[in-house]
Design a protein around this ligand. Structure first.
Ligand SMILES: Cc1ncc(COP(=O)(O)O)c(C=O)c1O
Length: 458
């Protein structure tokens, strides 16, 4: 048996992956001279050569430099157009620079950017959010990370409980409290966290998704302020809830006097009110960010009437002074104008129906290509987003999803797709469609995927 023919868990021999990665790196280097020289210039005054260090974690040998992005397309500084299925990892889920939002921004830009005061847009946006997400009381933030951080504070203050409960493999932005993993059944603080001096395991409990017995045991001490969860895990590859999981979990959470916070930042792809609304699930709080402002930085969180009353009571009972919640630019006039436009003109049932149909075409197409190449991979779809994973059966929890990952294969594949004009999300295998994504765009991705799998499986 030759090395190339050696079987591997993913169905692809590692030697094939390395050969593809080598060839695709050379191809990228040759095709992107302007990106290369701009990256070199950027390296002079930016740490890691990029505005945010993880922009280096794309599969490219040096960062691709963007010139402009519109709709489903992105043009780089070498003048090459890529069809974008990453869409800013959901920030641009309604397309790059959607006209409804850019026009609202232009109108607002001439009338004030930020004032630290409320406006008519705020009243309208909060009413629209209440209607969409079925929760009556709202507050705002600049990012989903901030929204989660603030919600956690409110929940601890409102319930008088200290403990946060999360699911293994979760991601809710850079909220320190969630970076606790389950390792051999024990909660362990993530070693990669920089500068963290607190023992997060003292106040964060972690269980596997879809494990009701573990959830109940973790809630039993009666000290859990809230369970913070995505309704579908999307950040360690996708993990769907098993039928009945959430209904039973909600019962358990209520029985133990805890609260459920649904982070719908990614699962907004399910419909105008997110996954929970689409599936009739009732949370005490919901967090939405990223696409909520059509690409402008803003986020929001909503509370049930009961939770809002508890939170307001906690604030009134506290001594005057800093609450630890809020930032100066939160709910600025531009952000409010962007959310109003996105909520009224983009987050509509008609647009979601188009997105879902197109994504189904993509997910079905991916399954067909995978089957053609006889690979033991699965595809999961949640509304407008879908993901292929290097595992035959969809994972049931974060541990299974994490074990299915293969960073070398992922990187080689992503780079090869990028070199063929299509871009998917780094760190895992997620693809998102936007209203501007056409059937032809989907077919182009499928053709590139087919070609690359052909090279890998040769
Ligand atoms: C579920 C979820 N919540 C929150 C966040 C944080 O969003 P942001 O980075 O915009 O703060 C992310 C980011 O990927 C996310 O996936």
């Amino acid at each position: 048996m030759t090395t190339l023919a050696m079987p591997h868990r993913t169905g692809i021999a590692p030697a094939r992956v390395h050969a593809l990665a080598r060839a695709e790196r050379a191809r990228y280097e040759a095709a992107n001279p302007c990106s290369r020289s701009l990256a070199a210039r950027s390296a002079e005054h930016m740490m890691f050569g990029v505005p945010l260090h993880w922009m280096n974690d794309w599969a490219t040998p040096f960062p691709l430099q963007v010139a402009e992005a519109r709709g489903a397309r992105l043009v780089d500084v070498d003048g090459q157009t890529r069809i974008d299925f990453c869409l800013g990892d959901t920030g641009a889920m309604f397309g790059h620079s959607p006209p409804a939002v850019t026009q609202a921004l232009q109108r607002q830009a001439a009338r004030g950017l930020t004032t630290m005061l409320a406006s008519e847009d705020a009243a309208t946006v909060s009413a629209l959010l209440a209607e969409r997400f079925g929760l009556p009381r709202w507050q705002f933030a600049m990012t989903a990370t901030d929204a989660n951080r603030f919600v956690l504070r409110w929940l601890r203050a409102a319930t008088g409980r200290r403990v946060l409960l999360v699911f293994n493999g979760c991601y809710h932005g850079t909220v320190d409290d969630v970076f606790v993993d389950l390792v051999d059944g024990r909660a362990v603080q993530r070693a990669s966290l920089l500068g963290q001096v607190h023992d997060l395991t003292a106040t964060t409990r972690v269980v596997e998704f879809n494990d009701l017995a573990a959830l109940e045991a973790a809630l039993a001490p009666g000290d859990v302020a809230c369970v913070l969860a995505e309704p579908v895990m999307t950040n360690i590859g996708m993990v769907l809830p098993e039928p009945g999981f959430w209904e039973r979990a909600i019962e358990l959470i209520q029985r133990h006097g805890s609260k459920l916070v649904m982070d719908e930042t990614h699962t907004l792809s399910s419909g105008p009110g997110g996954y929970a609304c689409a599936h009739g699930l009732k949370a005490d709080a919901v967090v939405v960010g990223k696409a909520l402002g059509g690409g402008m930085p803003c986020a929001a969180y909503g509370f049930s009437a009961e939770l809002a009353a508890q939170a307001e009571a906690a604030k009134r009972a506290a001594p005057p002074g800093h609450s630890g919640i809020g930032t100066t630019l939160t709910a600025n006039l531009l952000a409010m104008a962007a959310m109003r436009a996105a909520l009224t003109e983009l987050m509509t049932p008609a647009i979601f129906a188009t997105l879902h149909a197109r994504c189904t075409r993509l997910a079905d197409g991916l399954r067909a290509v995978i089957a053609k190449h006889g690979l033991p991979w699965c595809v999961t779809q949640v509304g407008a987003r879908c993901e292929f994973q290097f595992i035959a059966t969809p994972p049931r929890n974060g541990s299974e999803a994490g074990a299915a990952m293969d960073p070398s294969l992922e990187q080689a594949l992503h780079l090869a797709l990028l070199n063929r004009g299509v871009m998917i999300t780094p760190f895992h295998n997620m693809m998102l469609v936007c209203p501007d994504t056409t059937d032809a765009d989907v077919d182009r991705l499928l053709a590139a995927f087919d070609e690359v799998l052909g090279l890998l499986a040769e």
